[in-house]
Design a protein around this ligand. Structure first.
Ligand code: ADP
Ligand code: ASP
Ligand code: MG
Length: 590
């Protein structure tokens, strides 16, 4: 008998009428001949309310007790949903995470699923019952209740679908599908018919709140088809599957409105310091993004990165300790910054996306304070006030409002494809959320150019990368951050064969802008680790840095995405670095 998992989010179960509406959807699926598992969130804004109650008492409530508190929200909904189904004449049984046997680690408030036992659910399903499972929660080995992080019911639903081998996982929510960007922010956003796992994972991780990013990790790993659709209509929604909607360069744009930028200023430039910093942050389970390590001045460098605004206090606590340990000069930070990103698998094959994005933003006279790129995404950091305007400009320049068939041929140059993905062998993993590494690459044919002291004003990145593109050069990694004197520092890599031309263009620009001569390193290697969920597994970047630092290898540019973490090192150390990484990750490879 086919099995279907249906998940209803907070707004979809906000009151008893809505719970009855959701119950009717489950009944229809059962009447169509499916076994049905329903996963629910807490009603409406219950979780927010519970959080604020705790915050009325203290700013730093214990994580264990927060889990005890927050898990109560879902427990209310499962009971009401089961009561609703029974009142409509259907057999149903509600189950908490513990009753199902959703085993997690003990990282309270951010727990990861280790295993799910399907026995009790199967028994109930085989007895003709609709199973109602509490989303967002699990239990650790000591019997403590844990939660998976805000928005985690999506992850519960997809994980249950994976464990049960469900035919489909339907995510019922208050929008009727996945849009090219948050439709509440931009009216012109377009509903996509389908989107690939990689794109959705990246968009979710970069701020598209429609799905909890970890749910997409499960979907990709276990091949679950996810159907995001409306709780309030019957129209088909969007499918999250293995292949993208089209081969256009950009599939969607995401915004993370509440970000914070932190900089550790004046870090002694030696292997191991970046490692120590990210080790401590990883221990605190904080996901960092937009990591930029500036080139050293007087044997000291600055390391900047962003974290979700909610993690700022915890990150500052960590930085204070680390800063003393490694002898950094000081910690700088900026609140109220927003990250606007574009994502697309097509970017791997088409160049020209970065400069197009930077130009669109500069036309609005908006200043970009940081840039990082990876193979399928480009992120820019702007001030909070400029965030929506930036998103609008970017959405429009890539014509995301148009269905791919309406688009004429893309006027973008073609880049060679980088990697072929092997099939995942999930049987090898011990924990359901374990990291899976697919490949480790070494690209030894790169060179690096750095423009220090660039005037920090709108349009510089656009100008620079347009001029470089006009010279026929395809740039790989780009990072921009703010230097100590308030001026920008832009670093990028190019194939070594293109170094002279790129350097020529960059020197000319330096002359026009009256900034310092560009610096360059003609022999650079890029080491990349590819897999799934790499950024949100906070320990992975740290393991890369530590492995290389222990081998005496200094890390230069870092680029992270959910699929790929790449770093540049001196070419002479590339092969050694590759060997070290292959050894370190031997047990995580599929
Ligand atoms: P639920 O409570 O059902 O889990 P969420 O509020 O977590 O619902 O997610 C749905 C919301 O996600 C939508 O109301 C929408 O504003 C937001 N959202 C953000 N990005 C996107 C996107 N790309 N497509 C659709 N919705 C998005
Ligand atoms: N109720 C939890 C939250 O609000 C989990 C969820 O809704 O997905 O974060
Ligand atoms: Mg949600």
């Amino acid at each position: 008998m086919p099995l279907i998992v249906q998940k209803f989010g907070g707004t979809s179960v906000a009151d008893t009428q809505k719970i009855l509406g959701a119950a009717r959807k489950a009944i229809r699926a059962a009447q169509a001949g499916n076994q049905v598992v329903v996963v629910v969130s807490a009603m409406g804004k219950t979780t927010d309310h519970l959080v604020s109650l705790a915050k009325e008492i203290t700013d730093r409530p214990s994580h264990r007790e927060m889990d005890m508190l927050l898990s109560s929200g879902e427990q209310v909904t499962i009971a009401l949903m089961a009561i609703a189904l029974e009142s409509l004449g259907y057999k149903a049984v509600s189950m908490t995470g513990a009753q199902i046997g959703i085993k997690t680690d003990s990282s309270h408030t951010k727990a990861r699923i280790r295993s799910i036992s399907t026995d009790s659910m199967r028994k109930a399903l085989d007895a003709g019952k609709i199973v109602i499972a509490a989303g967002f929660q699990g239990i650790d080995d000591e019997g403590n209740i844990t939660t998976l992080g805000r928005g985690g019911s999506d992850t519960s639903a997809v994980a249950l679908a994976a464990a049960l081998g469900a035919d489909e996982c339907e995510i019922y929510t208050d929008v009727d599908g996945v849009y090219t960007t948050d439709p509440r922010l931009l009216a012109e956003a377009r509903k996509v018919s389908q989107i690939s796992y990689d794109e959705m994972l990246e968009l979710a991780s970069l701020g598209a709140g429609v799905m909890h990013s970890r749910s997409i990790e499960f979907a990709k790993k276990f091949g679950v088809t996810v159907h995001v659709r409306s709780s309030f209509t019957d129209t088909p929604g969007s499918l999250i599957v293995g292949t993208p909607e089209s081969n256009t360069a950009v599939a969607g744009a995401a915004i993370a409105k509440n970000e914070a930028r932190l900089t550790l200023v004046g870090v002694p430039d030696k292997p191991g310091n970046a490692m120590r910093l990210f080790a401590r942050i990883a221990e605190a389970k904080i996901a960092t993004d937009m990591i930029v390590q500036n080139i050293g001045q007087e044997e000291r460098t600055d390391i900047s990165f962003t974290v979700p605004g909610n993690d700022l206090t915890a990150t500052l606590d960590v930085l204070k300790t680390v800063s003393e340990e490694i002898g950094a000069e000081r910690v700088d930070y900026q609140k109220n910054v927003a990250k606007v990103s574009v994502v697309g698998l097509g970017m791997e094959k088409q160049g020209g996306v970065a400069e197009k994005m930077f130009r669109a933003v500069s036309r609005k006279m908006i200043n970009i304070s940081m840039i990082t790129t990876s193979e399928i995404k480009i992120s820019t950091l702007v001030s909070w006030e400029d965030a929506i305007e930036t998103l609008r400009a970017v959405h429009s320049v890539f014509q995301l409002e148009k269905t791919p068939s309406q688009l004429h041929s893309q006027e973008l140059s073609v880049k060679p494809a980088k990697q072929v993905k092997p099939e995942l062998d999930v049987a090898r993993i011990s924990g359901m959320e374990d990291i899976l590494i697919e490949a480790i690459h070494l690209d030894q044919a790169q060179a690096r150019i750095t423009m220090p002291n660039v005037p920090d004003k709108p349009g510089i990145a656009a100008e620079m990368f347009e001029r470089i593109a006009e010279a026929g050069i395809v740039v790989d990694m780009i990072v921009q951050s703010c230097g100590r004197n308030g001026k920008a520092i832009i670093t990028y890599t190019v194939p070594r064969t293109m170094l002279d031309i790129a350097l020529g263009v960059t020197k000319k620009l330096a002359g026009e802008w009256k900034s310092d001569e560009p610096l360059h390193n003609p022999t650079v290697a890029i080491l990349s680790v590819c897999g799934t969920g790499l950024r949100s597994h906070t320990g992975l970047a740290y393991r890369m840095f530590k492995t290389l630092a222990d081998g005496g290898i200094n890390v230069n540019i870092i680029s992270t995405s959910e699929r790929n973490i790449s770093i540049t090192v001196n070419n002479a150390q590339g092969k050694h670095g590759l060997q070290l990484l292959k050894k370190e990750f031997a047990n995580d490879m599929i």
